[in-house]
Design a protein around this ligand. Structure first.
Ligand code: CP
Ligand code: NVA
Length: 302
């Protein structure tokens, strides 16, 4: 059966842990291989990207493979060719599809009609490759996830929801603060809690940051929601990650942001450029994690 990587919970817990370990090993050894020799991947992107696009492209080359980038606006997808037709055709050309799109249902439809593995390169609901590489960034500094407090401040978006998935697979405590009405899907929280996740939800950023070892934030208006930017800027007032808020965290707290960042909105320039920030290592780790994910996806499963 083909493997897909559509959400973190699509991985067995053991596989999620192994991906983090393997990505670290690949990073430390400057890993290169030919595991993707004679294999081609198609990147289908319906939204903009810098990190995800380039780290997959470079990662595929490091593993000896080949890629084709297809922006939807330049393809027949942008002229409403059905996704299921696109999936069936492209999976006859390639060995895997790496897809950035809108609804998760759209990605799932594509995966259903693709005969080759599909990797989620971001949807409105999930960003699993990013959160897996954030887990790698944390693992490098604190390999034992037990007793860690990881905080999320801001929108209950794709990143927040993938963090909720991650909390079901790794033993850290996840403290999250959202403005009322901007939280993540309740059913995802329920699902994670039923799997043993330790999740604490509040509307008060100060409460969420208390004692945190890592504090995470992201833009207030994700791609596709740009028209809500002004309204969100007023709703999210008080949710800016600044030095004052970080004083409530652990004295050694580190700050994560998946980037791109809007300085002066969800994070101050002082924080992203300051001693707390590990965002550049976090961005680098996208490459190492993509390589681990690509290796996993072409390795036959049990
Ligand atoms: N963090 C992230 O996914 O960045 P891009 O949108 O640049 O790929
Ligand atoms: N939540 C952001 C993440 C960008 C990498 C977005 O979806 O636009």
């Amino acid at each position: 059966m083909k493997k897909d990587f559509l959400t973190i919970l699509g991985l067995a817990q053991q596989e999620a842990h192994e991906l983090v370990r393997r990505a670290k090993e690949m990073k430390d050894s400057g890993h290169r291989s030919n595991i993707l020799e004679n294999k081609s991947f198609i990147l289908i992107f319906e939204k903009a990207s810098t990190r995800t696009k380039v780290s997959f492209e470079v990662g595929i080359r490091h593993l000896g493979g080949h890629y084709v980038f297809m922006a939807s606006k330049d393809s027949q997808l942008g002229r409403s060719e059905p996704l299921k037709d696109t999936a069936r055709v492209l999976s006859r050309y390639a060995d895997g599809l790496i897809v950035r799109t809108y609804g998760q249902a759209r990605l799932e439809e594509l995966a259903r009609h693709s005969s080759v593995p599909v990797i989620n390169a971001l949807t409105d609901e999930h960003h699993p490759c990013q959160v897996m590489s954030d887990l790698l960034t944390i693992y490098e500094l604190t390999p034992d996830f037990n007793d860690l407090i990881i905080t999320w401040i801001g929108d209950g978006n794709n990143m927040a929801q993938s963090w909720i998935n991650a909390a079901a697979c790794f033993p850290f405590q996840l403290k999250m603060a959202f403005p009322e009405g901007y939280g993540p899907r309740e059913d995802l929280i329920e699902q994670a809690l039923n799997m043993g996740a330790k999740i604490f939800i509040t509307h008060d950023p100060a409460e969420a940051v208390q004692g945190a070892n890592y504090v995470n934030t992201d833009v207030w208006a994700s791609m596709g929601r740009e028209q809500e930017q002004d309204k969100r800027a007023s709703v999210f007032k008080g949710f800016t990650l600044n030095e004052e808020l970080l004083r409530l965290a652990d004295h050694n707290v580190k700050v994560l942001h998946c980037l791109p960042a809007h300085r002066g909105e969800e994070i101050t320039d002082q924080v992203i450029e300051g001693k707390w920030s590990i965002v550049w290592d976090q961005a680098e780790n996208r490459l190492h994690m993509q390589k681990a994910i690509l290796e996993w996806i072409v390795t036959p499963g049990n």
